[in-house]
Design a protein around this ligand. Sequence first.
Ligand code: SF4
Length: 557
Amino acid sequence: MSEHSPFDDDSEVAVTSESLRDDLLDAYPKKTRRKREKQVVVNHKQADESGLVSLPVIGANTRTIPGVITQRGCSYAGCKGVILGPTRDIVNITHGPIGCGFYSWLTRRNQTLAPTDEHDNFMPYCFSTDMQDENIIFGGEKKLAKAIEEAYELFKPKAIAVFSTCPVGLIGDDVHQVAAEMKEKLGINVFGFSCEGYKGVSQSAGHHIANNQIFKHVVGEDDTKRGKWSINLLGEYNIGGDAFLIEDLLQRCGIDLVATFSGNSTYDQFANSHMAQLNCVMCHRSINYVADMMEKKYGPPWIKVNFIGAKATAKSLRKIAEYFDDQELTEKVEAVISEEYPAVFEAQKTYKPRCEGKRAMLFVGGSRAHHYQELFAELGMKTIAAGYEFAHRDDYEGRDVLPDIKVDADSRNIEELHVDADPDHYRGDDRAKAIERERAGYKFKEYDGLMADMPERALVIDDINHHESEELIRRMKPDIFCAGIKEKYAVQKMGVPCKQLHSYDYGGPYAGFQGAINFYKEIDRMVNAKVWSMIQPPWSDQADQNAPSSSSIRREG
Ligand code: SF4
C-alpha cells in the first residue's frame, strides 16, 4: 500500500491530509467538532497479512449541523426534482407554496425526447397548488383536488403524482387520501408522496420515498414480454443528454432497454420494468433498494455499472454481455467498443498531455463524486479530495458494511417496503440463471464504494460545507473543483474553475465514449484557461497569513 499522500508530488505545499483535516476541524466549537470529525476522514487503507484491505469508517447520512452552509437539497428536492423530474408523461403537482415548485423545476437540466410532438411531454411545465396563507390556516386539500382535476382536464395524462412540501406536512393535509379519491373519480393513476423537505437528513430520503411509491403504484402493471437481452438502467437521470448516448450504445449492441429510472422515462416503461432480465445500477445511492425489491418480487438480479468514462463504459457493456453469456451479444458488444475506441484514443492523445498531473476535487451527489474520478483518471488527473452530499456509509466503504450501519431515528422516518416474491410474476428462470452465473464467478450486488478507488490518504469528506470547501481551496488550490450551482460562483471567485456535475452547466453529455471525449475537451478548456490566474482570491489581502499564500501553491497552467 502506498504511503504517499496525494499531495506529496507538490513540493511547494507543505501540508498533509492529516494536518489539513485538523485545521478544518479546529475552526469549530467543541460539540460541532465532535460531530464533524466523524465525517472528515483521511483515506488510510490498511491491509492485513492476507492482503484484506480495510477502509476508515466514515460518518454519513447524519443531520447537517445547523449554522453551517451545506451543499444539500431537501427531501422534496430528491423526490420531485431528482427521481420524478426526468419523467415526461406524468403530471407532477407540487402541493405547497410556489417557491418549492420552482426550486425543483428542471433545475437539474434533465432532458427527454418524446418520439413525436404529439406525445406527452410535461417536463417544461411547473405544476403547483401555489398555497397561500388562507390554505395554511384552513387546509389545502380542496385546492389540491381542484388542481388535480384541472390538470386532468387540460392534459389528460396517464398518471398524476402529488408531492407534499414542508407546510403541507405541518398542517396535516392528507395527500394520499385526496389522490385515492381523485384516482377513483378520474379513472387514471393518481398517487402521492409524503416527501416534505424536513422528512430526512438530505435529498436521499426523497429518493427513497419516490422510488417506493413508483414501485408500489406503477411497477408491475404491464406484463408485456421483452427481447432476449433485456435490462433496466437504474439511477441514470439523463442530465445533459447522457441517457441518449447510453441508449444508442445499448441499441447498437442489441440490448433491449426496458426502462431507465428515471432519465428519459415514461409511465409505460416503469409499468413494464419488472419484465427486464437484469437490473444495472448506475447511482448506487439513489436506487439500490429498488434493485433489491425487484429481485425479491420478480427475480431479476442486479449488477453495478458505470457509463461515465470510456474504460468504465467498455467494462460495463462487457459485464452485461457476460451475464447473458451469449456469443452473438458478446460479438456485438466488442464490435461497438472497437468502433468507438479509436476516437477516444485520438482525443486522449490531444488532451491528456495538456491535463496530466492536474488535480481535482469532487463534492457532488451520491455516486457522481466516484464515477467522475474515472474520467479524470483518463486525462491523467488525480482526485485529491472527494465526498458526497447525501451518501450513506456503503457508498463510501462498500456494501460489506451494510450489516454494521445503525438505523437511526431519521432513517426510521422513511418507509421500508416489505417485499415478497409475487406468486404470479416471480420468474424463477432469472433466479436460476443468476445462481448459475454466480457459481461461475460472476459478481452480483457488488459495490466497493468510493474509498477503495480514492488515492491513499486523500481527504474524504461527507456533507462538506462552505467553510471546509473554502479552506480546502485556499490551502490546496486544486486545478478544478466539481460541485453544484450553490458553490459554483464562490469557488470561481477564488480563482479556481468549478464544473457543475449535477447539471453540467451548459455542457455534456458526458456518458459513454462520445461523452468521454466531450468531457476531455471541456476539462482541458477549463483547467488551461489563463483567466483563473488573473483572479485575486478574497483572502489574498487578509491579515491572517498562517496558511500558505495562494501564490505559493498556485500551479500555473
Ligand atoms: S425544505 Fe421544505 S419549504 Fe424548502 S424547498 Fe424543500 S419542501 Fe419546500
